[in-house]
Design a protein around this ligand. Structure first.
Ligand SMILES: Cc1cc2nc3c(=O)[nH]c(=O)nc-3n(C[C@H](O)[C@H](O)[C@H](O)COP(=O)(O)OP(=O)(O)OC[C@H]3O[C@@H](n4cnc5c(N)ncnc54)[C@H](O)[C@@H]3O)c2cc1C
Length: 294
């Protein structure tokens, strides 16, 4: 199918793009990589009267390391850059590790960080990674800017905290504490497909090898990134033994995720995957945390 007729604008500045969005609200859509928006328009799942193309806004494509160790990423950073940039890999190896699971290289060449987060697909990897890393998002509109914790940004399936006139402009990643290990695993029927289920882990150990902080966040396990807080609570204060890891992944799989199932996987199968992948990702993250400084 072809999209319904629409107007197109290619503003030369952020201010001009925001002014268009303020004027047209939900009738206008930002066009980033177009890898989700254009197929949705072609299927007439989305109808936009105006596309506001962000591809001319070079000032939204940046990777900056702040003095305090935080990393700031512009919304128009392409997914391919997230995969390959050495500054990103050095700061947040979890992103570098996860990106090859996102679609295919051709799509990652166009797809952007901001587009993926704003799209808020519950099966997408980047929202899960952002929640797991404790990222913050900066939004901007003609009325000013605000910051939203990644955890509060995702409101449900394809639904975010963004207001109709706001643009997501920046993602801020904190510096992780010493002895922090991260890992990501997912299961897909074919490489590049959306995963049947996936999970990211971020764990921090103290000098004695006791877990101080843990985050376990699942994709395709509910209507957005599922932050398994009870499972994390089981890990905190414990040394990462097989029994503790099993208890945490079982808690997440049985009590915290709410998989919807699809033609490829029943919810029961997704719960099974959550338990197996939860164990696997935690083992890897704890191994990585424990090997630091050795
Ligand atoms: C075949 C195929 C397979 C895929 N597989 C995967 C996969 O396995 N995992 C995965 O995560 N993704 C996958 N994707 C999606 C891909 O990663 C997209 O690039 C991504 O979801 C959207 O990014 P985009 O830059 O293309 O955004 P667009 O398609 O341009 O925009 C998506 C939505 O976000 C809005 N938007 C864009 N930028 C902003 C902004 N800065 N502020 C506010 N709103 C904004 C748009 O208006 C639109 O509503 C796949 C896509 C295809 C076509």
């Amino acid at each position: 199918m072809k999209p319904a007729p629409f107007d197109y604008a290619a503003p030369a500045s952020l201010e001009a793009a925001l002014a268009l969005k303020a004027k047209h609200g939900d009738d206008a859509k930002f066009l980033a990589g177009g890898q989700s928006l254009i197929p949705a328009m072609n299927f007439r799942l989305v109808q936009a009267h105006l596309l506001v193309d962000l591809n001319g806004l070079a000032d939204l494509d940046y990777v900056r390391r702040a003095d305090d160790g935080r990393l700031r990423l512009g919304a128009m950073v392409r997914q391919r850059r997230l995969e390959r940039d050495s500054a990103i890999a050095g700061h947040s190896p979890l992103i570098h590790e996860t990106m090859p699971f996102v679609a295919h290289p051709q799509i990652r060449n166009r797809g952007t960080l901001g587009g993926c987060l704003a799209h808020a697909d519950p099966a997408a990897e980047l929202p899960v990674i952002a929640v797991a890393l404790g990222a913050r998002f900066k939004t901007q509109s003609t009325r000013g800017e605000r910051w939203i914790a990644a955890e509060d940004f995702f409101r449900g399936m394809f639904n975010t905290d963004l207001t109709p006139e706001e643009m997501l402009v920046e993602v801020e990643l904190p510096r992780l504490p010493p002895r922090t290990g991260t890992a990501f695993v997912e299961f897909a029927r074919r490489r590049g497909d959306y995963a049947l289920l996936g999970v990211a882990a971020v764990v921090t150990l103290d000098e004695k090898g006791v877990c101080q902080q843990a985050r376990l966040v699942y994709l395709n396990a509910g209507d957005g990134p599922v932050n398994a807080k009870e499972a994390a609570g089981i890990l905190r204060g414990e040394k990462p033994s097989a029994a503790v890891i099993e208890a945490a992944s079982a808690k997440a799989a049985q009590a915290e995720i709410a998989p919807l199932g699809n033609v490829h996987a029943s919810p029961e199968y997704q719960r099974h995957l959550a338990r197996v992948l939860g164990r696997r990702v935690l083992r890897q993250a704890f191994d990585r945390a424990g090997s630091q400084g050795k």
